[in-house]
Design a protein around this ligand. Structure first.
Ligand SMILES: *[C@@H]1O[C@H](CO)[C@@H](O)[C@H](O)[C@H]1NC(C)=O
Length: 343
């Protein structure tokens, strides 16, 4: 693997920060134990220093503690930011959206880990969950919060990607979202769902890193687009993201687009590009809610348009490179490794 010198320096700095954060995190726990315990005298000065570093890290988004709550994005559309930590430390964030249909009922798009405050807010909005018509999982690897949500709201209808249905057997699924036109058009014209072209949706491989595909959800009434990983928007990126060139206000495709996110064929990059162009023509959105790591409120269509324009050469080059490569190797079914989830 060839790393540029900058990449090496960044990697070293990142490793240092991660180690320092783990250290401080552990010590902060120990310190608060001592402070709340009987013997406060010996540790009392350590705590302010540690919490100073803690809040500094929180500020840069490394140990960000978010308290999830409903944020209204537009008429009939709410988004919930929640924390999702890699290695328990680096907060890459995750999200859930709630859409009110014209019949008064609600769709829940994705799930996040619930807390008392969020449950209270959701209960108030949905008459204790009785008005939740359906819960929809739109990213194959955003699965972790589903069992907990199902326990709280078992009476809704549950829909998910094929991987949700394969992996979460304890949930009583009503159906899956797939190429079958009927499965994606259930809530049209109020809510439109589309699966990206040129990429594997049913069984993305390798599971650890191929998190490119997610079902795109468009709610015309609020002019809002909900996307998990395919598009990423850095509302307020933490220092680690900044180190890797992720500036505030950046919109980008999931990094796996560069290797295995798209099928390794000459057609795939162009198919995906054309699919995106079509989406831009058909969907008149202004707000973009992405799982990682934020919401672009207003002006989202324009920034995605610019991203597409700037990616034109990338798609063509990738297509050319793929032409010279050997044909794709299709991922093997049945090799499920744990620890691949990203939300
Ligand atoms: C929701 O549940 C709470 C607590 O059980 C109850 O007080 C309230 O009346 C319920 N609200 C509705 C709309 O059912």
């Amino acid at each position: 693997m060839h790393l540029t010198r900058n990449a090496k320096v960044y990697t070293l700095i990142s490793i240092f920060i991660v180690i320092a954060s783990v250290y401080l995190n552990l010590h902060q726990k120990a310190a608060s134990f001592f402070v709340t315990g009987k013997d406060t005298s010996t540790k009392i000065h350590e705590k302010p220093m540690l919490s100073f570093f803690g809040s500094l890290f929180a500020k840069f988004g490394i140990m960000a503690n978010q308290s999830p709550q409903l944020r209204q994005i537009g008429p009939g559309f709410w988004n919930v930011r929640a924390s999702f930590k890699l290695f328990k430390i680096i907060d890459i964030g995750t999200h859930m959206s709630i859409i009110q249909l014209r019949n008064g009922n609600f769709l829940v798009i994705d799930t996040v880990e619930m807390n008392d405050q969020l449950k209270k807010e959701l209960d108030e909005l949905t008459s204790n969950g009785t008005k939740i018509e359906a819960v929809v999982g739109v990213h194959p690897f955003h699965t972790l919060a589903f069992p907990g949500f199902y326990k709280l709201y078992p009476n809704a209808k549950y829909f998910g990607t094929p991987r949700h249905l394969r992996n979460l057997k304890d949930i009583k699924w009503t159906g899956q979202l797939d190429d079958d036109k009927e499965s994606l058009s259930k809530w049209e014209p109020e809510v439109e769902l589309r699966i990206p072209a040129g990429a594997e949706y049913v069984n993305p491989q390798p599971e650890k890193t191929n998190h490119f595909v997610s079902v795109f959800v468009y709610h015309p009434d609020s002019k809002t687009l909900h996307v998990d990983d395919t598009l990423m928007y850095a509302e307020n990126p933490g220092i680690l993201f900044r180190l890797f060139g992720f500036k505030a206000g950046t919109t980008m495709f999931h990094p796996s687009i560069k290797d295995h996110g798209l099928y390794p064929t000459a057609e795939a990059p162009l198919q995906f590009r054309d699919w995106m162009k079509r989406l831009q023509e058909d969907w008149n959105y202004e707000n973009l809610c992405t799982a990682h790591i934020g919401v672009k409120a207003g002006g989202a269509h324009a920034v995605v348009e610019e991203l597409l324009k700037n990616s034109e050469k990338f798609f063509e080059d990738l297509s050319e490179r793929n032409k010279k490569k050997t044909p794709p190797t299709v991922g093997k079914q049945g090799e499920w490794i744990s620890g691949n989830e990203c939300g």
